[in-house]
Design a protein around this ligand. Structure first.
Ligand code: HEC
Length: 108
């Protein structure tokens, strides 16, 4: 009963706000494309690819929206962000923000 109430409340809230609710599992699935550069779980081991693991969720979604809108320019990321919906950005940001950022220095 409590679950049903919570789910109903979440659905109503998302309808009212019109904002996408983050889906961690969907974010994990969508992150497969990103792993080739940003590493497994966002812990990139290559200097030129920033670590996404453990980064603030707001920071990640702001960066992705900026690449998508063109206000932040990067040839590689503009291409990837262009194909992301608001929901994708929400899910991916939620997923990466909850990963442990490992303190391993990347290869030079
Ligand atoms: C082909 C390699 C590549 C792939 C694949 C890729 N990225 Fe990136 N990403 C980069 C590079 C390079 C940068 C640094 C760009 C810059 O300097 O702004 C970056 C930067 C970012 C940033 C900003 C990080 C920061 O610290 O400001 C985010 C967020 C990000 N990528 C998310 C993603 C997501 C989500 C995906 C999958 C949908 C993805 N990237 C796929 C190469 C890639």
């Amino acid at each position: 009963m409590k679950d049903i109430l919570q789910i109903t409340l979440l659905v109503i809230m998302s309808l009212i706000s019109g904002m996408a609710l983050a889906d961690y599992k969907a974010g994990e699935a969508k992150s497969q494309v990103c792993a080739s550069c940003h590493g497994i779980n966002g812990n990139s081991e290559i200097t030129m690819y920033p670590k996404l693991a453990g980064q603030y969720k707001d920071y990640l979604s702001t960066a992705l929206h900026a690449y998508k809108s063109g206000s932040r320019k990067n040839a590689i990321m503009s291409g990837f962000a262009a194909g992301l919906s608001d929901q994708d950005i929400e899910d991916l940001s939620d997923y990466y923000s909850q990963q442990d950022g490992l303190k391993v220095l990347p290869e030079k």
